[in-house]
Design a protein around this ligand. Structure first.
Ligand SMILES: [Fe+2]
Ligand SMILES: [Fe+2]
Length: 476
């Protein structure tokens, strides 16, 4: 069965889409029943208090590369959340990795992969509303209208990502899928009884330093998960995540440049202050920035799953999930080959060789780490250009982990094995402290005048959609 996927988006439909929803009345009805529940969730758990303010948002109107984004002032509850799949040519519609490499990809869910696929989709889906919940109060402390707009853009697009996954659940997983879609609106980030599925998505995101670190590090995990799913032999999932990646790029931009702008401003304030005291100038000191990096980066590393994983091996072998840019590899089967990693044995960190398929989570984590290292290099060059000597670093992948091989051990940010007592004595030096929030809240008073920015962050290099500095991104 082929899919009705086109470049043009049906914008007149209650649910904008390019999947031919009007040809599938049963599915259309089911999704239209889910819509009010979604809106109720958005009103309860989405951004607080800005529902009646027009925000300069982009909306997808086409899925082609030729400028799919349409910009306009929209009130968030009126945002046109839709279902978009990237069209593919027939020759791209084959299984891209594993034992069935080259076989036609699946247009329907194969029975033997049903549970795995549902789990993969639900886990991805759950992160989308979770991050909206984590960020819901941040509008009150935004450093500018530009940043406020970016926050809301990220929020509505995470909402759309939820739609993308709920469409798959409704269309391909019958009753179970509909139940899962309901549950996605019932779990809550940080709720002790009904938490979100993954750890990082239950951590509080109390202020803009964490927001930028979250979009930098945690959304970036999302990029790599989506990129691995884009290679999926289940074609609707591959096409859906491929389109999500185009939106995700903006979230990473918000995080990387947001952190970059804080770092630039901190360097300026350090030089400005007679004692080099950034806090004395109302800025965010590099020690706090480093601890924020340590915190969010380590939680984000957890999201890739166990270093040695039979699930990861199965997902790859069956073609459910590929590697980042699978086509750049020569060998898409990976039955041979091994991966060398560090493990803890008898109180020591030693090398261990693992069959490549079992190390697929680690292979993806490596790509992620390289990407983060590029961002760190950029930030450090900004610090240097401003005439300061601080060098920010990423902690070791073993530091402060809650998933995988290193969970039950303790490491310094440099990756040296230490005992629990030493870790506990030092953790306030390495990670966020409760009193950080008091300081950050004291400086994060909202700055809503068009063209103005809070003292603790530098303005961006350019506006959204080529708009000038004074542009009213959110009409308050
Ligand atoms: Fe997302
Ligand atoms: Fe995102």
């Amino acid at each position: 069965m082929s899919m009705t996927v086109s470049n043009a988006v049906d914008l007149d439909s209650k649910i904008p889409n390019n999947v031919g929803l009007s040809d599938d009345p049963k599915l259309k009805r089911a999704l239209e029943r889910w819509l009010p529940n979604y809106l109720e969730w958005w009103n309860d758990m989405g951004p607080t208090d800005f529902a009646d303010k027009p925000v300069y948002l982009r909306t997808a109107v086409s899925v082609g590369n030729d400028g799919w984004a349409h910009y306009d002032h929209v009130k968030m509850p009126d945002y046109r959340w839709g279902i978009f799949l990237t069209p593919r040519k027939d020759e791209e519609s084959t299984i891209r990795c594993g034992d069935d490499l080259g076989a036609p990809s699946w247009q329907e869910v194969p029975g033997e992969h049903r549970n795995s696929l549902r789990r993969i989709i639900v886990t991805q889906a759950d992160t989308e509303p979770a991050s909206v919940e984590q960020q819901r109060l941040l509008g009150h402390t935004a450093p500018s209208l530009y940043d406020l707009r970016n926050l809301f853009q990220v929020n509505v697009e995470e909402g759309r990502h939820l739609w993308a996954m709920v469409y798959l659940l409704h269309k391909y997983f019958g009753r179970d899928g509909r139940d899962e879609a309901e549950e996605l609106l019932n779990r809550r980030s940080g709720d002790p009884d009904k938490p979100r599925i993954l750890g990082a998505f239950n951590q509080p995101c109390d202020h803009w330093l964490s927001f930028f670190a979250f979009t930098m590090f945690t959304d970036r995990d999302g990029k790599y998960q989506l990129a691995a799913l884009k290679e999926s032999g289940f074609e609707p999932l591959g096409r859906s995540t491929e389109f999500m990646l185009t939106e995700e790029a903006h979230h990473l931009f918000v995080g990387q440049t947001g952190m970059g702008r804080i770092i630039q401003r901190s360097a300026q304030l350090e030089r400005q202050d007679p004692n080099g005291d950034v806090r004395n100038q109302g800025g965010i000191d590099f020690d706090l920035i480093q601890r924020t990096i340590n915190y969010w980066y380590s939680y984000s590393l957890d999201l890739f799953g166990g270093e040695i994983s039979s699930n990861a091996a199965d997902f790859f072998a069956t073609g459910l999930k590929g590697r980042f840019r699978e086509n750049k590899y020569d060998d898409h089967v990976a039955r041979e080959g091994s991966y060398d990693m560090k493990v803890v044995e008898n109180g020591e960190v030693v090398d261990k060789s693992v069959p490549l398929r079992n190390a697929m989570n680690e292979v993806l984590r490596d790509e992620y780490i390289r990407d983060c290292e590029r961002a760190l290099r950029k930030w450090n060059s900004v610090i240097e250009e401003e005439g300061c000597s601080t060098v920010l670093t990423l902690p070791s992948r073993r530091f402060h982990r809650h998933q995988g091989l290193y969970t039950d051990h303790y490491f310094t940010p440099e990756g040296d094995l230490i005992d629990k007592e030493t870790f506990e004595k030092n953790q306030l030096k390495w990670l966020l402290r409760p009193e950080d929030n008091d300081y950050l809240h004291s400086i994060m008073t909202p700055c809503y005048a068009p063209g103005k920015f809070a003292n603790w962050i530098a303005p961006p290099a350019r506006g959204v959609d080529g708009k000038p500095g004074e542009f009213e991104y959110v009409r308050l």
